[in-house]
Design a protein around this ligand. Structure first.
Ligand code: NDP
Ligand code: HSE
Length: 426
């Protein structure tokens, strides 16, 4: 290697173009951009790349004689991104990536190559954008026992919910803004379905608890069913709605495990997560014996993500690069399936506007052991035959909630469109 590490960068989109620009400005003094790849060689990236070698095939970066380190910013769970990263690791070339979809889906194969070959695979940018959560969980809190990770891990969803509540935007308009600002994935379904936040949670859980990434063991609910009416109801309870990911140790001994969920929750405005606005992300880490640590900052966008990519490049340039995980995924604990813990719930349904509907709904809740703390009913602007009603419940076991929801949904003549959100507990 020369005195500077020589960078081959694949992907010149929202993140890649910002990384290229910052490298050319000398943001990492011990790194030099020597080659780039993207689909379109002619596209204006807002950065002068005329002195940098352009290669049409990203895999050619691996065999490029002047490239020491590969930066993968193409994206996608498989395909070119995965081929590139695997080829680089096989060739012993360190990799930096922001690709959480690929890491979560191919953790075992990638960790075999990275841990087995002791080749750094750095991924700070894959979780929470510019917030150094990977370094914090892996290095900063190394002497602790982490018991709970909880936070906002998707900037697009947080942007949509914040803009709906602050500016009265429709879901579709808020998503369009998030896409224009470069926060959303190429396929934004990954954002709004909660899958992207789930992938990030799986990666964090592997680091914090040594639990092998397993998307099937994460209960994931997106924000697609959250309406403007829910945001208005939340306001009546002095609350907002946020998409929150949680990975928490629950139970003990053979009943113990890590419970993983990503879901929209009702958050009181007095709670810290309610102040996390727009594309910001936040992660609260509860650790023994340290206590609770909260990190917050820009979680999506070119600048935020490039910041994390550059930090990884600087680490590799300084010789600090680490393998993907500290152990192979095959040596990690399997995630034990866990039921959702008991919670208070926000239940919104539409009740038929006729005598006895409310009584029937409350009867079903009572029969299933769901106790009501508050109820709000409003007249409907769109459909006069059904009126929106919201119940806030007392603490309820998950099994009781599910039984009540199933029974309510069967009563199509008295109610439809049932949505249940946990009420967030710090
Ligand atoms: P973009 O869609 O903006 O950019 C993707 C880039 O990859 C484009 O330059 C595209 O080329 C290039 N590309 C796509 N397919 C190929 C291919 N087959 N061969 C060569 N180049 C290809 O994505 P982002 O920059 O937003 O995201 C990149 C990665 O970073 C993803 O993994 C994403 O999940 C992750 N990430 C993104 C964040 C964000 O806020 N945007 C935040 C955190 C992580 P061309 O431009 O010519 O079409
Ligand atoms: N689409 C992702 C988000 C990018 O909105 O959070 C950052 O990972």
């Amino acid at each position: 290697m020369s005195d500077k590490i020589r960078i081959g960068l694949a992907g010149l989109g929202t993140v890649g173009a910002t990384v290229a620009s910052r490298l050319l400005q000398g943001a990492v003094p011990r790194a030099k951009l020597v080659a780039v790849s993207a689909r379109d060689a002619k596209k204006d990236r807002g950065v002068d790349l005329s002195a940098i070698d352009f290669v049409a095939d990203p895999l050619a970066l691996v065999s490029h004689p002047d490239v020491d380190v590969i930066i993968e910013l193409i994206g996608g769970e498989s395909g070119t991104a995965l081929d590139l990263v695997e080829a680089a690791l096989k060739a012993g070339k360190p990799v930096v990536t922001a690709n959480k979809a690929m890491l979560a889906a191919h953790a075992a194969a990638l960790s075999d190559l990275s841990v087995g070959g002791n080749v750094p695979l750095a991924f700070e940018a894959a979780v929470a954008g510019g917030i150094p959560v990977i370094k914090t969980v892996r290095e900063g809190l190394a002497g602790n026992d982490i018991t709970r990770l909880c936070g906002i891990l998707n900037g697009t969803c947080n942007y949509i919910l914040s803009r709906m509540e602050a500016a009265g935007l429709s879901f579709a308009d808020a998503l369009k803004e998030a896409q224009e600002l470069g926060f959303a994935e190429a396929d934004p379904t990954l954002d709004v379905s909660g899958a992207d936040a789930g992938q990030k949670l799986a990666i964090l859980s592997a680091l914090a608890y040594g639990v092998a990434p397993d998307m099937d063991n994460i209960s994931v609910t997106g924000i697609e069913a959250v309406t403007a009416a829910d945001i208005a109801f939340a306001e009546e309870f002095d609350s907002v709605i946020r998409l929150v990911g949680t990975a928490a140790r629950v139970g003990a001994g053979s009943n113990g495990g890590v419970y993983h969920s990503v879901e929209p929750v009702l958050v009181k405005k007095s709670q810290a997560l309610a102040q996390v606005l727009n594309e910001l992300n936040a992660l609260s880490i509860t650790a023994e014996p340290l206590g609770a640590v909260m990190l917050q900052g820009p979680g999506a966008g070119g600048g935020a993500t490039a910041s994390a990519v550059l930090a990884d490049i600087a680490d590799i340039a300084a010789g600090f690069g680490r393998p993907l995980f500290d152990v192979a995924v095959s040596e990690m604990t399997e995630s034990a399936s866990q039921n959702a813990p008991a919670s208070e719930y926000y239940i919104r349904l539409a009740l038929a506007d006729r005598p006895g509907s409310m009584a029937k709904a409350t009867q079903i809740l009572a029969e299933n052991g769901v106790s009501i703390e508050e109820v709000v009913q409003r007249s409907s602007e769109s459909d006069d035959s059904y009126l929106p009603v919201v119940f806030i419940t007392h603490q309820t076991e998950n099994a009781s909630l599910n039984a009540a929801l199933a029974a309510l949904e069967k009563q199509s003549e008295i109610c439809n469109a049932v949505l249940a959100l946990p009420v967030f507990a710090d």
